[in-house]
Design a protein around this ligand. Structure first.
Ligand SMILES: Nc1ncnc2c1ncn2[C@@H]1O[C@H](COP(=O)(O)OP(=O)(O)OP(=O)(O)O)[C@@H](O)[C@H]1O
Length: 661
């Protein structure tokens, strides 16, 4: 310090002030360094104890954890969170909790959860984006951060959970608990995923209540056979592997509309606890590549549903007999892709490859439905692709009786107490025993509950009245729905309804025939008009072509004539042994003697009457046609140049002739 003082003193500076400044700098620097060192030491210390797990939205644990987080009471105390009416899905918070999802909260039986006929919407608390939340869980503080990986595309979230712990047991417990809760919540629901042809991925479309198998009325044994087959398949992976058979199974449900094909698939999915992945092959933008990508991303245990398989290669809106089918479908397995207006380029071979090609997922149950099995290519429905075929017909008497019993519950035998309508009253089906039924609310309307004998008798009478194989089960269901609180009247009025139904069908058939005839007529008219327009256009084109040909021919003729004239002139000059300006004289040739020429137009025209006449004629006609194409000045210039050339030639000849003797 003394040395510093001695150095600064000659400069006349106040040494005290400088000393103080230096002290400040040294102390400040020391403090800042200490702070930085302690922060980084703390971070290092913390990092060495924190375990961090990352969860990506594309994978199931993300859904489990988001679902678990949404249930945490800690959000109630959090200072920052996201409130949403959307629910957790495989693709993030994208789906609105619409009416068919769960209600806002558990309510007492007398508390109406329906507000003006609409369900209340559920709200969830979610971790907000890019904020670190802290939650206490089983003696540990969890630090949770949700981030968006692709903010520009609006999807692709990820979750980061950090916890101070010696090993990752706590994280494992957390994930397992989240999974259990998620599955418990999804127990009564079937999740539906739809194919997104734009991005070639699956989009969660909602969760539907499971449908009890007992509510599907099919001929005896059909449901049991299907259920047993599916269960057997799902637990035979090794059996398939040992024999080298691809671990896939296909079911083809075919038959008339409204006979329960789709309902049965939903019911089976609920019974087997599988999600449904739906592909509409006729949807916009569907191509071989998209389908292959989609099929490759189907999870192992699920139901893959191809709806309306017969409409795969036609884009008609209607599904009636005239709209789709073989005539427009290339039936070869090597069929080329058919490009349609909507940009769909799906070929049969593409479909077959995506179903059982190398990229196709294994372990899935493929269900395909069609109303027109006769239109399917045999390659599509062969065993290996479609192993089990089930035919769905119009309602039989047996089905009519069954569906009637489904609609009208009965008092348990020997019971005198008025039964309550609850899940326990669901008709018992052997296939249904293990299905946990959701808690149902009592219906708002009074359904008279008759005893078993009466219901059986009514059901029998109802079935007797229903014609065999004429009406669809969906139609019967519609009639029963209309009469859901009038079981006796329903049976009494059934004959009348059948007459009405037949009349309505007749009317609809007639209307359809008329509409088709009208459409056909319109199509014919349109076709005729198109033909006429085409013919007129062709004629026009032909005329234009002929005109162009004529013009070309005239031009050629003119050119030939000029060439001929020039040759003749040259020949005549050559024969007279002189040179002309048309054919320049060789350098060695003696220059012609200077001549005095007086030219008059009349002499020119007189001397070349024949050629001049033709040429004038030709030129006139050509000029009249060329004029529109050529600028007037240019045309005039060309003409005068041509005349000058002619004149010059004539002058030379004349001059030569005059100089000759
Ligand atoms: N066998 C059946 N048992 C119980 N309900 C049925 C049956 N068949 C049809 N239904 C009822 O009819 C309605 C239509 O059924 P679904 O959609 O399953 O028929 P589908 O055969 O798939 O018809 P489409 O071929 O037109 O798709 C549903 O509401 C369903 O409840």
């Amino acid at each position: 310090m003394d040395a510093l003082k001695s150095m600064l003193s000659p400069l006349g500076m106040n040494t005290n002030a400088i000393q103080d400044t230096l002290k400040l700098v040294v102390i400040g620097g020391t403090v800042e360094t200490a702070r930085r060192a302690s922060v980084s030491a703390w971070n290092g210390f913390v990092d060495s104890f924190f375990l961090t797990a990352h969860f990506s939205q594309e994978d199931y644990p993300y859904d489990w954890l988001m679902h678990w987080l949404s249930k945490q009471p800690a959000w109630g105390r959090s200072r920052e969170f996201e409130i949403t009416t959307r629910t957790v899905s495989r693709n993030g918070l994208t789906q609105s909790t619409t009416g068919d999802l769960e209600e806002e909260e558990e309510v007492d039986d007398d508390d109406d959860s329906l507000v003006h006929g609409r369900r209340k919407r559920k709200i969830s608390f979610m971790p907000s984006l890019d904020t670190t939340h802290t939650i206490y869980y089983r003696g540990h503080w969890l630090r949770i951060t949700r981030t968006k990986r692709y903010p520009d595309y609006g999807h692709g979230s990820s979750l980061k959970i950090s916890v101070v712990a010696r090993n990752n047991d706590i994280l494992k417990k957390l994930v397992l608990e989240a999974k259990r809760e998620y599955e418990k919540d999804a127990e009564h629901r079937v999740h539906i995923f739809m194919a997104d042809t734009t991005y070639g991925c699956w989009r969660w479309n909602g969760a539907r209540q499971k449908r009890p198998m007992s509510s599907i009325v099919l001929q005896p044994g059909v449901k049991d056979m299907l259920l047993a087959d599916c269960k057997d398949f799902l637990c035979s992976e090794e059996w398939y592997a040992e024999r080298g058979i691809p671990f896939r199974r296909g079911y083809l449900l075919h038959g008339v509309p409204g006979s329960g094909k789709t309902s049965l698939i939903h019911s089976l999915a609920g019974e087997l606890g599988l999600d449904i992945y739906v592909v509409s092959l006729s949807s916009k933008g569907m191509s071989d590549n998209t389908l292959t990508t989609l099929m490759g991303h189907v999870p192992t245990r699920c139901i893959l549903l191809l709806e309306d398989l017969d409409a795969a290669f036609t884009r008609s809106v209607s599904r009636d007999s005239s709209s789709t089918g073989a005539p427009t479908v290339p039936t070869s397995t090597t069929a080329a892709a058919t490009e349609t207006n909507d940009g769909s380029t799906l070929s049969l071979s593409g479909l077959l490859n995506s179903l059982d090609g190398v990229a196709a997922a294994e372990g899935r149950l493929l269900f395909a439905t069609t109303n027109h099995i006769e239109r399917l290519d045999p390659a599509l429905s062969r065993p290996g692709r479609m192993d089990v075929w089930v035919n769905f017909t119009h309602a039989t008497k047996w089905q009519a009786e069954g569906i009637f019993k489904c609609f009208f519950p009965h008092k348990p035998q020997g019971s005198t107490a008025a039964p309550s309508i609850s899940a326990d009253d669901e008709p018992v089906d052997p296939s249904q025993k293990n299905l946990p039924l959701p808690k149902r609310k009592a219906p708002g309307h009074a359904i008279p509950v008759l005893d078993e004998a009466e219901i059986s008798e009514l059901a029998k009478r109802f079935a007797d009245a229903i014609p065999e194989n004429e009406l669809s089960v969906a139609a019967l269901q519609g009639y029963l729905l209309k009469n859901k609180v009038r079981p006796r009247e329903c049976v009494e009025e059934v004959d009348e309804w059948i007459i009405q139904e037949r009349e309505t069908r007749e009317k609809l058939k007639k209307e359809k025939a008329e509409r088709e005839a009208k459409e056909k007529k319109e199509a014919e008219e349109k076709e005729r008009k198109e033909k006429e327009e085409k013919a007129a256009k062709e004629l026009e084109e032909k005329e234009a072509k002929e005109k162009a040909d004529r013009k070309e021919a005239r031009a050629k003729a003119k050119k030939a004539l000029r060439a001929e004239t020039a040759i003749k002139l040259e020949e005549s000059i050559n024969t007279s042994g002189t040179t002309t300006p048309v054919s320049p004289a060789p350098a060695s040739a003696p220059a012609p003697a200077p001549i005095q020429i007086s030219i008059s137009e009349s002499s020119s025209s007189e001397s070349d009457t024949s050629n001049g006449g033709i040429e004038a004629d030709t030129e006139e006609s050509v000029t009249s046609e060329e004029e529109p194409d050529k600028p007037a000045g240019e045309s005039a210039a060309v003409d005068s140049a041509a005349k000058e050339a002619g004149k010059e030639k004539w002058v030379a000849v004349k001059g030569q002739q005059t100089s000759e003797p």
